[in-house]
Ligand binder design. Structure first.
Ligand code: AMP
Length: 403
């Protein structure tokens, strides 16, 4: 029997998202999520997709990642998709920070684990959780190839002029301070899918990708290679996000310390969790913000305007970085669903060849689609992202090569 299935694991500090795919036809066999690991009220939601069966839920304490993965394995086994199956080819793990070390998906061994661990200081929230997921999965199936797919990898092609901050070089290098970028799996997938939508190869097109979810980032992709992206050392830089500030004068931090008497941790929480849309208007869900705007809410309107202003600045900046732009692609929760965001972000940019057709923009759908008027100089596209499929595809390709 050929092994054609890949399990994709996205391990957070208190959650594990998973998907099992069959790579013969990129079909999903099961998807699920374990939440609130380590708490009393943990929850596992498992959806089998082969049997047409309904979702199943388990509630009650799930102590740690090991218990979570064991519960996932049991659910999969109940559908005849157990992790002991000879059809499982590999497990692909999302790993947030690969630093400069990892430019490609990598088969995990002890050396790779040690390097991901060494990167914890630049990704203190994410890499430890990713490592726990990997260690647990390796213990469950020590014989199976495990592959790390890094959020930063797609951005390692950025030139030094885009990747370096203008600070003292020795200090930057001593602390590995540079712009790494994140959401790379999504930017890679969406830029390629956009080229495909245009009937071209990735090397033939320049694309600005706008990944607008709760976290948000933009990238400039030249002929399939990332040349700039809006997130930096951490995911805090760049666009206004659901709860993150994005760009601001770094001196705001000194001011908050010296004048506001805030601690480093308090400022970290303020900028990562209590800023962006939620800080500006109390809501981080774009649906709610639009609803409030429709009711005449001024704070929600200002939050929306600040969000759009920043987004427009990045579109202009990446237009200049690329020189020639073939397409702008919107993706992720906001980018795929919020027509008013797409319309407002490109309003007034007809001089750059950028426009949105109102009717096409209003259409909803799960497939990649164009929303620019016929004959537009620059294509504008909505391209649903699929990070799990991209992780599975990269994992499967790599494991296939190594067999
Ligand atoms: P993501 O991080 O990609 O899952 O995106 C989550 C965000 O997408 C939510 O916080 C909402 O702001 C936004 N979102 C999801 N569905 C919609 C929708 N139908 N309309 C507008 N925004 C949406």
């Amino acid at each position: 029997m050929t092994a054609t299935r890949v399990l994709v694991l996205n391990s957070g500090s208190s959650s594990v998202k998973y998907q099992l795919l069959d790579m013969r036809d990129s079909r999903r066999l099961a998807v699920g999520l374990v939440e609130r690991i380590g708490e009393e009220n943990s929850r596992l939601k498992h959806t089998p997709l082969t049997t047409g069966g309904a979702s199943r839920e388990r509630t009650g304490p799930i102590a740690d990642h090991e218990a979570a993965l064991k519960a996932v394995a049991e659910e999969l086994a109940a559908d005849g998709l157990g992790l002991d199956s000879a059809e499982l080819a590999a497990i692909g793990h999302r790993v947030v920070h690969g630093g400069q070390s990892f430019t490609e998906p990598t088969v995990i061994d002890d050396t790779v684990l040690a390097e991901i661990e060494r990167l914890i200081p630049v990704a203190p929230l994410h890499n430890p959780a990713n490592l726990t997921g990997i260690r647990t999965a390796r213990a469950l199936r020590p014989d199976l190839p495990q592959v790390a797919v890094f959020d930063t990898a797609f951005h390692t092609t950025m030139p030094e002029s885009a990747a370096r901050y203008a600070i003292d070089v020795e200090t930057a290098d001593a602390h590995r301070i540079r712009r790494y970028g994140f959401h790379g799996t999504s930017h890679a997938y969406v830029s390629r899918a956009t080229a495909e939508l245009l009937g071209k190869g990735p090397s033939e097109v320049n694309v600005i990708v706008l990944h607008l979810g709760n976290g948000a980032s933009a990238s400039a992709v030249e002929g399939g290679r990332c040349v700039d992206t809006s997130m930096g050392l951490t995911p805090l830089e760049g666009l206004v996000m659901g709860t993150r500030s994005g760009d601001m004068d770094p001196a705001v931090i000194f001011h908050l310390m010296r004048v506001g008497g805030m601690s480093t941790d308090e400022i970290d929480t303020l900028l990562n969790k209590k800023s962006g849309l939620i800080g500006l208007c109390g809501d981080n869900d774009m649906r709610e913000i639009r609803r409030r705007i429709d009711e005449g809410d001024e704070r929600a309107k200002l939050a929306f305007d600040i969000y759009i202003h920043r987004l427009k600045k990045y579109i202009g900046a990446y237009y200049a970085v690329l020189g020639r732009v073939d397409a702008v692609a919107f993706t992720a929760g906001v980018g795929e669903n919020a027509a008013p965001v797409r319309e407002a972000a490109l309003a007034g940019l007809a001089g750059l060849g950028l426009a949105v057709d109102g009717d096409l923009n209003a259409v909803r759908g799960d497939e990649p689609r164009l929303i620019s008027p016929a004959g537009a100089r620059v294509a504008v596209a909505v391209v649903p992202t699929d990070e799990e499929l991209e992780i599975a595809a990269q994992t499967y390709t790599l494991v296939g090569k190594n067999i």
